[in-house]
Write a protein that binds this ligand. Structure first.
Ligand code: NAD
Ligand code: MG
Length: 383
């Protein structure tokens, strides 16, 4: 089957990898809609290459250069939803940073589209809402995040009870400061934090990988995607990023998914699922790898994992608060207004200050997100 696909965030790191996949498998993947934030020239180039008539640009002032015969150009807050409604695709790939993709994702589910989720923030903030809506509509939520795609693949052959899964083991590269002594973390500069040892990604997630908030967000993401309590989600540092994650069963057997570090693997799998398709991606060569290493994460020096565990266990609005505070602090660090350890402090203080609501209804989490942003900004301004 040739899937009709809309990509939200097509000019970003995941978006451009998805288009690389589309070039490789044109018989299986037709691009019917593209959405970007601001990079209008790149969006135009993509539209021409893939013959796409439905485009969305977040920045309404950049709409004019995209218009042309047969073109429909959308923008503004509802633009993403308008694009999905107009194209009615089989699959929507959500690859926007942060929570901007949440409402369009829910709209796509209502229309019966399958969803490939790269934007972990939407599952962290409103995983319960998204998964419930998908269950009700019978649509698939296909994880693109490499760890979750790995777990998804490991679970696919399992025919027994969900209770047979004893643990999800999420791997982490450890980021650029894996071995940096704690007292030197205060001196970390933006340029150092943007040097990821194994993956090339957008700036926000690269900083999240350095603080380990990326792993924290992924623990909460896994909790919703696989409906498993936080207590059964573990993190292990694996500096080579070859084992993308693992599932442990009650009999002690562990299944893992491995590949070279290239996001085209999980993206292709999400697109052709439930089938497999040969490709030209670089295969793994074990002898040249030599060794795969594993170690415990430094949870006391990098508090993100414990904060996320706390948020995931408490549930309600706390994950949305953690996520929003992290978005504010991550950006403040990138703007050089906050120190590196300041990111953890802002998140921890915001989580303590924002009033907790024990609900994940959409309007409740959206309000908590706004509240947390306001509080986080006050906290970082006072530092
Ligand atoms: P990026 O910054 O490289 O790209 C983001 C894209 O979203 C850009 O095309 C940007 O123009 C677009 N965008 C932003 N706001 C928009 C809006 N309102 N409307 C339309 N488009 C908008 O980010 P990325 O690294 O590709 O990450 C995207 C998401 O995928 C994040 O949630 C990230 O956590 C997740 N993710 C990324 C990777 C990776 O390898 N890059 C891996 C796993 C998960
Ligand atoms: Mg990941």
């Amino acid at each position: 089957m040739r899937k009709r696909v809309v990509i939200l965030g097509s000019t970003g790191s995941i978006g451009t990898s998805a288009l690389m996949v589309a070039r490789q498998i044109p018989d299986r993947m037709e691009i019917v809609g593209l959405a970007a934030g601001t990079r209008v020239a790149e969006l135009e180039e993509q539209a021409q290459e893939f013959g796409v008539d439905h485009l969305c640009i977040a920045d309404a002032s950049k709409k004019a250069p995209l218009s042309g015969p047969g073109r429909r150009v959308y923008s503004g807050e509802d633009g993403l939803t308008d694009l999905i409604e107009a194209t009615r695709p089989d699959l929507v790939l959500v690859a926007i940073v942060g929570v901007a993709g949440l409402r369009p994702t829910l709209a796509a589910i209502e229309l019966g589209c399958d969803i490939a989720v790269a934007s972990k923030e939407i599952l962290v903030m409103a995983g319960e809402v998204v998964m419930n809506a998908a269950r009700k509509k019978g649509v698939a939520i296909l994880p693109v995040d490499s760890e979750h795609n790995a777990i998804f693949q490991c679970l696919e052959g399992h025919k027994g009870s969900p209770e047979d899964v004893s643990r999800l083991i999420i791997t982490a590269s450890g980021g650029p400061f894996r071995t940096l002594p704690k007292e030197q973390l205060i001196n970390v500069q933006v340029e150092d934090a943007l040097k990821h040892p194994t993956w090339e990604m957008g700036q926000k997630i690269t900083i999240d990988s350095a603080t380990l908030f990326n792993k924290g967000l992924e623990m909460i993401e896994a909790r919703w995607l696989f409906e498993i309590p936080m207590a059964r989600i573990d993190v292990v540092v694996h500096p080579q990023s070859i084992v993308h994650s693992m599932v442990e069963f009650i009999d002690g057997s562990i299944l893992a998914q491995l590949s070279t570090t290239d996001m085209c693997f999980p993206i292709q799998y999400a697109v052709v699922w439930p089938e497999r398709l040969a490709n030209k991606l670089k295969p793994l060569d074990f002898p040249s790898l030599g060794k795969l290493e594993f170690e415990a994460p430094r949870v006391d020096d990098f508090p993100a994992i414990n904060l996320a565990r706390q948020a995931g266990e408490r549930g309600g609005t706390l994950p949305a608060v953690l996520n929003a505070a992290n978005e504010v602090a991550n950006e403040a660090f990138r703007n050089r207004s906050l120190s590196f350890p300041g990111i953890w402090e802002v998140v921890e203080e915001t989580m303590a200050r924002v009033e907790h609501v024990d609900s994940q209804e959409l309007e409740v989490v959206v309000a908590a997100d706004l509240d947390a942003r306001r509080v986080a900004e006050q906290i970082f301004a006072s530092k």
